[in-house]
Design a protein around this ligand. Structure first.
Ligand code: AMP
Length: 278
């Protein structure tokens, strides 16, 4: 396994790691790897085939964070991440430094202007511009033919697919289902920041979404999900929304398929989750 920390190094490293054409598959991450990430890496290996090249990028992208404290406190267990990548048969780990990725006077950003208006995009202005910009840069730097993303970040996946479609980016987008802890909590690198009581309480998010999704009318669904989450004095809802699965616009009546999605704060830690209806 090669570990590349420089932007200039990645191209030459990949040229030396000659795999069959069309079989270079990227898994973009911010590190603190857990089982969710490992499923993406497995999917990348299946897609690349034994002779292809699986690249994992580990980059805590500063321009997609809206709070400096969240960026500063984002976990960075580099040694453990490298061991996990090695054990999973990753060929190349790309860990660029932020000052190499972004020029101090950079002035070009990729903006998605429709799907990013709702959900996380509404409460985290500029977040998806940061995501699109870094993902396109990672595609260009690695010359990957395919890239794997998690359905856990449903809106992110939809926006990346839209970017690839609208800008004719020659990268196939593959998706993996959300991986959960045994109590239903969606795995996230941020879960390690929860205190024991918060961690024990957090599975209520998924439980509330699943129970609410059984109901028939939009106001009932939203009220039940809200009540289920706010049944805890530790959980604070950032947003809770039922949206059309394609357009991500709020659904006024029950359309299928739809997405019931939420972001919930436990203290400073923000967790997202969603369920699909229909
Ligand atoms: P992150 O490191 O949080 O930026 O996530 C990197 C990739 O892993 C993204 O495509 C996420 O959607 C995906 N991912 C994160 N958590 C999970 C999970 N619990 N299940 C499946 N994919 C996930």
């Amino acid at each position: 396994m090669k570990t590349i920390e420089s932007v200039t190094g990645i191209r030459s490293a990949l040229e030396e790691t000659a795999g069959p054409a069309g079989r270079r598959t990227l898994v973009p991450t911010m590190g603190a790897l857990h089982r969710g990430h490992m499923e993406l890496i497995k999917r990348a290996r299946q897609h690349a085939g034994p002779g292809g090249t699986v690249i994992v990028s580990i980059f805590v992208n500063p321009i997609q964070f809206d709070h400096k404290s969240d960026l500063d406190q984002y976990p960075r267990p580099v040694e453990a991440d490298l061991e996990k990548c090695m054990a999973a048969g990753v060929d190349v780990v790309f860990m660029p430094r932020a000052d190499e990725i972004y020029h101090p006077d950079r002035s070009v950003t990729v903006s998605e202007t429709s799907l990013s208006r709702s959900l996380c995009g509404a409460t985290r202005p500029g977040h998806f511009d940061g995501v699109c910009t870094v993902v396109l840069k990672l595609f260009l730097l690695t010359g990957c033919h395919a890239a794997v993303f998690g359905e856990k970040d449903y809106q992110q996946l939809a926006i990346i697919r839209r970017m690839v479609r609208d800008l004719d980016v020659p990268v196939e987008i593959l998706a993996c289902p959300t991986v959960r802890e045994s109590d239903g909590l969606a795995m996230s690198s941020r879960n390690v920041r929860l205190h024991a009581r918060q961690r024990a309480d957090a599975p209520r998010i998924h439980r509330a979404l699943c129970e609410a999704a059984k109901l028939a009318r939009v106001p009932e669904i939203l009220a039940a999900a809200r009540a289920g989450i706010e049944g805890s004095d530790m959980a604070r809802i950032d947003y809770l929304s039922l949206v059309d699965a394609e357009t991500l616009q709020p659904a006024e009546s029950l359309v299928h398929p739809a997405i019931l999605a939420t972001a919930v704060f436990y203290g400073e830690v923000r967790l997202i989750d969603h369920v699909r209806l229909g």
